[in-house]
Design a binder for this molecule. Structure first.
Ligand code: 5AD
Ligand code: SF4
Length: 440
């Protein structure tokens, strides 16, 4: 038997890319994963297009592999993900050592593309086929896995926020059928997974084919997952405020497996800017929504995304954002300085002075950090369920997460990965909590 070839995947960007990378590794039978490019037979970059100069960064990363390719001409180099989608054949023109380019909607064609690349041909696929790519990916080996997993249920976006490339790189909204998601979830649970995070660029716009033949909402899907024995926790990300349906809000109050954490990006607190961003919600509609969600689940931890320095953002617009943050009180948030993405409407507009945008970003991040710390500190003294994920840095220590997604370290912890236990939170340190097992 020939020994398997080695595959090195480098993953950039969001959790969906992490999920896609796992699926690609499984689809490439005959390869086993390695964590260094040095001995790899294939290097695959799973790229992200959301941050600034994304394509340029990919080209410079590719440049770094040039000596490897020169030393071993049989080494195959592939580019996947959103930069592959956006750049297409241009990648092979600019970097001829690239053998394979595959867009996010074509991963089921990866085995064919790999065969083509191995035969010395250039392999490219950036189509948007209408079929479910995951359905066509090879059946997954039943290897055991860690206690948490991602599961993509929806992909793409029809919202066209003026700053965002996702509708162009991931395409139109598509939801996977409920039955396939349930099969995949049961399989994950059989392999040791106890917490599943449902993924989608617009996950709460989910409208997959239900088992009755009608479309199911995300809440209906969650209630189906709730019935799976051994699955203890359900999360989902990322949501759009306009798709927070009543049944989903209600599920936060009634579904015990649905964790009290919601990532609900608002981007700005100014109606003027929200309108220019084409967000199709207002400051007020967002705030009222948060109120309704908190009425259903008072302890829910809210997280968000913010963009500062969007074209034409005035001091007043920024003050409105800061004010909204004070009103919501975030447990966590991701904030970015606006940067133009070629091909998006906002890229044509005059930019805010970079130094001003930097100053605003710092101010906003300081406020968020303060809120985050206050909320984390407020966990001290509480008794919470912790799902243990892996050993901590210290001998005998285990690290797990609470339902609010705070990391908790427990000293001298006899429990294995995947165990769920009641923990008393005793201290709040920089980026985590310290806890003690509560023994009956
Ligand atoms: N500039 C800055 N931030 C952006 N995001 C998306 N596009 C841009 C851009 N052009 C941010 C948004 C989004 C998150 C994933 O990335 O806040 O919610
Ligand atoms: Fe991008 Fe999210 Fe807006 Fe869709 S809803 S365009 S993914 S920011």
């Amino acid at each position: 038997m020939t020994s398997p070839k080695k595959l090195f995947i480098k993953t950039y960007g969001c959790q969906m890319n992490v999920y896609d990378s796992e699926r690609m590794a499984e689809a490439l039978k005959g390869y086993e994963q390695t964590d260094t490019p040095d001995d790899a037979d294939m290097i695959l970059l799973n790229t992200c297009h959301i941050r600034e100069k994304a394509a340029e960064k990919v080209y410079s990363e590719l440049g770094r592999y040039k000596p490897l390719k020169e030393a071993r001409p049989d080494l195959k180099i592939g580019v996947a993900g959103c930069v592959a989608q956006a750049e297409g054949a241009e990648i092979m023109r600019r970097q001829p050592m690239v053998d394979l380019v595959v867009g996010p909607q074509s991963y089921h064609r990866l085995p064919e593309l790999e065969a083509k690349a191995s035969a010395g041909e250039k392999a490219l696929d950036t189509d948007f086929p209408i079929d479910d790519k995951f359905e066509h990916l090879a059946a997954r080996p039943k290897a055991a896995r860690g206690p948490t997993a991602f599961l993509t249920v929806q992909e793409g976006c029809d919202k066209f926020c003026a700053f965002c490339v996702v509708p162009y790189t991931r395409g139109a909204e598509v939801s996977r059928p409920v039955a396939r998601i349930l099969t995949e979830a049961r399989d994950l649970v059989a392999r040791g997974v106890r917490e599943i995070t449902l993924l989608g660029q617009n996950v709460n716009a989910y409208h997959g084919l239900g088992e009755t033949g009608a479309e199911a909402t995300l809440a209906q899907l969650i209630w189906q997952l709730d019935k799976i024995d051994g699955l203890e926790r359900i999360r989902f990300t990322t949501s759009h405020p306009n798709d927070m349906t009543d049944d989903l809000i209600e599920a936060h109050g009634t579904c015990a497996k649905l964790m009290p954490y919601l990532h609900l990006p608002v981007q700005s607190g100014s109606d003027r800017i929200l309108k220019r961003m084409n967000r199709s919600h207002t400051r007020d509609s967002y705030l009222r929504l948060i109120e309704r969600i908190r009425a259903a689940r008072p302890d829910i931890l809210i997280s968000g995304d913010f963009i500062v320095g969007f074209p034409e953002e005035s001091d007043q617009d920024f003050a409105d954002t800061m004010d909204l943050i004070r009103e919501v009180n975030y447990g966590q948030a991701f904030s970015f300085k606006y940067s133009p993405r070629p091909g998006t409407p906002a890229a044509e507009r005059p930019e805010v002075e970079p130094a001003l945008a930097d100053a605003r970003l710092q101010e906003l991040q300081a406020l968020i950090a303060q809120q985050q710390k206050t909320i984390q500190d407020s966990m001290v003294g509480r008794e919470l369920d912790v799902l243990f994920e892996k050993p901590g840095k210290l001998e005998g220590q285990m690290m797990g997460k609470t339902g609010y997604l705070h990391a908790v370290h427990v000293k001298d912890c006899p429990l294995p990965r995947g165990a769920m236990a009641r923990v008393r939170i005793v201290q709040s340190v920089r980026n985590s909590l310290a806890g003690e097992l509560i023994t009956a």
